[in-house]
Design a protein around this ligand. Structure first.
Ligand code: SF4
Length: 176
């Protein structure tokens, strides 16, 4: 796949940009937010802390990659209470992130998929009672990696806020 950004846009993402893994900043503060459990995923998924591993492991994993891709889905809201559109756009982004991975895999067999929040491949995660059902297909959490989603975008010259009455969901791939 020669032009990754164009391929992502053609696939339906609203915005995309190349990601330089060397620019990813792994922050302990993000892990502290995970532990506060506002998203109710802490200690409930193989993709989230503590199961997702230490920040040192995140840094070591990132160091193995030299290229990546950020992808976003943006939706226009009727008003700030338009939860229906917010939810729909979030689901659209999750599914597109998984579907586009199928396109990338032949060229990037070692890719890692990072989404916004916990993996939702299964309707109920097996954690902690049984091993992950699909370890090769799990969508890892950007936050569990210690990444601030808005920083990942701005550090790679991609917007994060596209104007009033919009919502944007972000994911990325570490490719090779
Ligand atoms: S693939 Fe299924 S079992 Fe594995 S982390 Fe995702 S939701 Fe949990």
């Amino acid at each position: 796949m020669t032009d990754l950004v164009q391929a992502a846009l053609d696939f339906g993402f609203s915005h995309a940009a190349l990601l330089d893994p060397a620019r990813l900043r792994v922050l302990v503060e993000v892990r502290q937010m995970c532990a506060a459990d506002r998203c109710q995923a802490f200690n409930r998924s193989w993709s989230c802390p503590p199961a997702s591993g230490t920040l040192e492991e995140s840094r070591a994993t990132i160091a193995c990659y030299h290229t990546g891709l950020i992808v976003q889905t943006t939706a226009v809201l009727d008003d700030s209470y338009d939860y229906e559109t917010m939810m729909a756009a979030g689901e659209e982004q999750k599914q597109r992130l998984i579907d586009f991975r199928e396109e990338l895999w032949p060229s990037y067999p070692d890719l890692i998929t990072l989404g916004n929040g916990a993996c939702t491949i299964c309707s109920l995660c097996t954690y902690p009672n049984a091993p992950c059902r699909y370890p090769d297909r799990m969508v890892q959490s950007m936050e569990a990696f210690g990444l601030v989603v808005s920083d990942v975008c701005t550090d790679n010259n991609l917007g994060y806020y596209y104007g009033p009455s919009t919502i944007t969901y972000t994911g990325c791939y570490l490719l090779a």
